[in-house]
Design a protein around this ligand. Structure first.
Ligand SMILES: [Zn+2]
Length: 125
């Protein structure tokens, strides 16, 4: 039986890293109760990760699915409605999106995204 016991992590390096973390600039966000956030600010920033995301949310990239059937048109219609209600899309952009959805909806009967259906040698073509 060995008398070696599990060694704690090297405290010198760990303590040094903790001391460095404690010296890091703090988030400048002031909470509703008047106290300053104590989280470390992101490198080169005034705010911590959390408050940075709250004050400066990244704009979401909207990716529209291919409008290949009535269900996908309906799903995008719902997304546009949500965006309007949330105020994340202006009325002019929403109007254009709804117009595009109207065109897509009218085109559904004329288009196919099935490559086999377009092949004249295929039974479905
Ligand atoms: Zn903060």
């Amino acid at each position: 039986m060995s008398d070696r016991k599990a060694q704690p992590p090297a405290q010198g390096a760990s303590a040094s890293m903790m001391a460095c973390a404690h010296r890091a600039p703090r988030c400048s966000h002031i909470k509703d109760d008047g106290r300053r956030c104590q989280s470390p600010a992101l490198k080169g920033k005034r705010l911590c990760y959390f408050h940075g995301r709250i004050h400066y949310p990244r704009p979401r990239r909207t990716v529209l699915p291919p409008l290949e059937d009535a269900n996908s048109v309906q799903a995008v219609l719902l997304s546009v409605q949500r965006a309007l209600l949330q105020g994340s899309v202006d009325h002019a952009t929403a109007r254009l999106l709804l117009y595009a959805l109207d065109i897509a909806s009218n085109n559904l009967k004329n288009v196919t995204f099935d490559p086999l259906a377009q092949d004249p040698h295929h039974p479905r073509g």
